[in-house]
Write a protein that binds this ligand. Structure first.
Ligand SMILES: Nc1nc2c(ncn2[C@@H]2O[C@H](COP(=O)(O)OP(=O)(O)OP(=O)(O)O)[C@@H](O)[C@H]2O)c(=O)[nH]1
Length: 384
């Protein structure tokens, strides 16, 4: 996906969280720069002696905004998704208020006739703007707005006073330079984020079927076992295997076998509509499914539906048309406490049930004895 496309991802997605975490982290060191720089420059250049009220008011305003920004930075990425816009608005306000006030003081320094004051404000301002542009570059609009608000008062004052044309030219040039930097850094940020996401996706995806791979399935199984144990929920695992797949490969070739696996995978994904269902290619011609919050009856229905759809499906590839069947092993338990090795044991039960399904003639769903005993209350989870 192109960098530009991702910049406009909808609010509330995972991308929002990731990007704003980055922005907040990058912006953190800059929060206290404003009052500190201003206080040091106003004191060292003698500006505070001539204008004590203004100097102190600016210190107070910049410090107040720093505190608001700090609180905002702590909570921005932790609030409920529906409150994100308000907190994001407050983040913008803090940034623009800081840059507006500091930029105005820089503009004032141009008119002050105090060379040391204006030089220090110019140097510090240039540094702060460059740092801010770098921090906010994941959001191009924020970075642009920030640079404009910071530098505009200086440009206006320099143009207005007529004898500061050189300074005005310098600030306008600097603004263009920053503009270019925003574009460049924004593009670099999104390209690297995109690469990171692609790599993460590849590491959890099976390239043939685009289903999740075994590693992801194992991680998810552990996580869902934990969650289900904590909430005393049902958890079902299905292990599915294509029947006589060696014969399919031998008869029609490996390419056709691959196509069969893709079409079987497609039936699985289209028949698992719940967002919490996890489906993976466990290896070879074996697939696995986790149905969190689903009891034995529900899991049997799902397994039977999938088995039935695959049995009826005609697999067409090039000039060949054939059918395949699958055998399914199933385990369904209500979990009350998590123990080490629980996910592996549950999977083993489903796998043993699959073995029975093969033994009993294939093209069928067999439920693990562990789950029937558990549903009848004969076995406690702890003794699985
Ligand atoms: N085309 C293709 N074949 C695969 C892939 N992974 C595994 N296989 C084949 O799947 C076949 C599995 O064979 P077996 O384990 O003997 O099982 P089966 O023939 O399906 O017999 P049962 O499972 O007992 O019904 C082997 O021939 C593997 O080469 C794959 O990615 N693509």
């Amino acid at each position: 996906m192109a960098a530009e496309a991702i910049v406009h991802q909808p609010e509330g997605s995972d991308a929002w969280l990731r990007v704003w975490r980055d922005i907040v982290k990058r912006a953190m060191p800059g929060i206290f720069i404003y009052p500190i720089f201003w206080a040091v420059i106003a004191a060292s250049s003698g500006f505070h002696k001539l204008h004590p009220a203004l100097s102190w008011s600016v210190v107070a305003a910049l410090t107040g905004i720093s505190i608001v920004r700090l609180i905002n930075a702590i909570y921005l990425t932790r609030v409920q998704p529906e409150k994100r816009q308000v907190w994001q608005g407050l983040f913008w306000f803090g940034i623009l208020a800081h840059s507006g006030i500091y930029g105005s003081m820089f503009a004032l320094s141009l008119l002050s006739g105090n060379a040391q004051f204006s030089l220090l404000m110019a140097f510090s301002g240039a540094g702060i703007v460059a740092g801010g542009v770098n921090s906010f570059s994941p959001s191009r609009n924020l970075a642009y707005a920030y640079a404009i608000v910071f530098l505009s008062p200086g440009i206006v004052v320099a143009l207005w006073s007529q004898d500061l044309w050189v300074e005005a030219g310098f600030i306008v040039t600097y603004l263009f330079y920053m503009w270019n930097l925003v574009r460049q850094q924004n593009a670099e940020y999104w390209v690297s984020l995109n690469n990171e996401r692609t790599l993460a996706l590849q590491s959890r995806t099976d390239s043939l079927t685009t289903l999740n791979n075994r590693r992801y399935f194992d991680e998810k199984l552990k996580e869902l076992c934990h969650l289900s144990s904590r909430d005393h929920m049902n958890l079902s695992i299905l292990v599915l295997d294509c029947d006589f797949f060696k014969a399919v490969n031998d008869k029609y070739g490996h390419d056709f076998g691959d196509e069969c696996l893709r079409q079987v995978a497609n039936v699985l994904t289209t028949n698992l509509p719940r967002a919490t269902d996890v489906c993976a290619r466990y290896g070879g011609e074996e697939f696995s499914i986790i149905l969190a919050g689903t009891d034995l009856q529900g899991a049997q229905l799902v397994a039977e539906k999938i088995r039935n759809k695959i049995e009826k499906m005609e697999i067409k590839y090039k000039n060949i048309t054939t059918k395949v069947t699958i055998s399914v092993g199933l385990v369904s338990v209500r979990l009350d406490n998590f123990e080490v090795g629980l996910p592996e044991r549950l999977f083993k039960y489903a796998d043993e049930a699959l073995y029975l399904a093969k033994e009993q003639g294939r093209n069928r769903v067999v439920c693990s004895v562990a789950s029937t005993a558990l549903q009848a209350g004969k076995v406690k989870t702890a003794s699985l």
